[in-house]
Design a protein around this ligand. Structure first.
Ligand code: HAM
Length: 427
């Protein structure tokens, strides 16, 4: 095999054939499900002003500090989007969707870019499907969004998706700021025992210490105060209603105080979907409420909630569940011997395709046996076998593959009808 001069960049991926079909199916199922919940589709640019992301996601987050692909082709700094919420809110404001009054529900899919260390389920170019419901603080909306995610995974055939739920409160002085102070007081005496990253987080982003993955830090974290025990009255009430709503809509959850999420725009509800097939990167999706973001980006005070699901991680979970066998089978494979038969088969396949069948043939001059092997590998439902002699008689052999089996000579004139029968048998 020739050695290629170039390889895809680490953390990026080529998708072929069956994987592309699965990928499309994952998106199509989302389109179908989200439309039923009233979401309209939006497509925003892949790059935006760098400041949009540092302002939304937060300057002191892993994403903004070290994972963004940022470049400066002219005087302005631009960044490949690391996520979809910031661009969606930017578009919502730019196009005056805030003036329509009431709730605006938008969904999107597309590639995102983060310079993370690649590993299973963690890519540098990955794809998300996301929803953003902008304009309501109703806890029932959080519950609807959260359970819609669960219904979506179910619809794909992914069972056993876990749901972690937490509330990190709001910006009111007696809510998150107070909790941050309590947390610092509790951590301070042991600060030196924490890992280096946590020590820098202490001043800059103390909440992130709670979800540190280091075993020693996790041990130290065991007795820390929990955010849901220190919410202001309104946030506590909101969280209770979110939990009630999720239960009422058929979702099972675990409240997990260590869930704080890696983006700064969140307020109140945060959640993550997990799946056992993913190993260390167990989050198959995540989201939360971001009540301050629209205002932060220049709009009126507007509550909002949403999530994003990782497509690559959904594909891993599908593979593990052996679910969604959504490969569209090849219906007809043309097998030929002789030049005239080869040409005639090209014409016959063109007629079959025009009649709506999926059909293909060999273009490498392979032997009959090798062509039959290809038909099997491609899981063709039937083969049309044509030699120059048969062509002379105006006939073709139709062979049913798989369990149906059997073959018969049919007139070339009737071959499309014969394929129709064979294919409807085979499916
Ligand atoms: P996030 O948790 O950063 O949230 O990403 C959402 C999902 O994207 C993750 O749960 C994971 O499945 C997938 N994902 C993230 N990074 C990678 C990666 N490097 N490789 C593969 N998959 C990845 C957000 O992005 C928020 N914008 C979600 C949101 C929408 N919150 C409110 N609205």
């Amino acid at each position: 095999m020739a050695k290629p001069l170039y390889r895809a960049i680490d953390g990026t991926q080529d998708f072929f054939d069956r994987d592309v079909e699965r990928f499309d199916k994952v998106i199509n199922f989302a389109a179908d499900m989200f439309a039923r919940y009233g979401y309209a589709r939006i497509r925003t640019p892949i790059f935006e002003a760098t400041e949009l992301f540092s302002r939304s996601i937060g300057a002191v987050t892993d994403i903004v500090e070290k994972e963004m692909y940022t470049f400066k082709p002219g005087s302005e700094s631009i960044t490949l989007r690391p996520e979809g919420t910031a661009g969606t809110v930017r578009a919502y404001l730019q196009h005056g969707l805030d003036n329509q009054g009431g709730l605006v529900k938008l969904w999107y899919d597309g590639p995102m870019f983060r310079r993370e260390r690649p590993q299973k389920g963690r890519k540098r170019q990955f794809h998300q499907i996301g929803v953003e419901a902008i304009g309501s603080a109703d806890p029932l909306l959080d519950a609807e969004v959260i359970t819609m995610g669960l219904r979506y995974y179910e619809s794909l055939g992914i069972a056993d998706v876990g749901l972690r739920l937490n509330s990190i409160g709001c910006r009111n002085e007696d809510c998150r700021p107070k909790f941050r102070r309590l947390l610092r007081e509790a951590i301070q005496p042991n600060l030196e025992k924490y890992c280096k990253s946590c020590q820098t987080r202490f001043e800059r982003n103390v909440l992130r210490i709670i979800d540190c993955k280091d075993e020693n830090c996790q041990r130290l974290n065991q007795d820390l105060p929990k955010s849901y025990d220190h919410l202001c009255g309104e946030c506590a009430d909101h969280f209770e209603k979110v939990k009630e709503g999720v239960t009422a809509l058929g979702g099972a959850y675990v409240v997990d105080h260590s869930l704080v999420r890696g983006l700064d725009y969140y307020a109140r509800s945060v959640f993550e979907y997990t799946h056992g097939s993913l190993g260390a990167q167990s989050a198959i999706g995540g989201g939360g409420r971001y009540d301050g973001l629209v205002e932060e980006l220049g709009g009126k005070e507007t509550p909002a909630v949403g999530f994003a699901l990782g497509v690559e991680r959904i594909l891993i979970a599908l593979e593990a569940a052996n679910a969604c066998a959504c490969s569209y089978p090849l219906q007809v494979y043309g097998v030929t011997q002789g030049e005239a038969a080869h040409r005639a088969m090209a014409g016959l396949l063109a007629r079959l395709r025009a009649a709506g069948f999926s059909a293909d043939m060999d273009y490498d001059g392979k032997s009959l046996k090798a062509q039959m092997r290809t038909a099997n590998r491609r899981q063709a439902l039937c083969c049309l076998i044509l030699g120059d002699d048969e062509l002379g008689r105006g006939e073709v052999t139709l062979k049913r593959m798989g369990e149906a089996g059997g073959q018969e000579a049919v007139s070339l004139f009737d071959s499309i009808e014969a394929v129709r029968k064979a294919v409807s048998w085979g499916v």
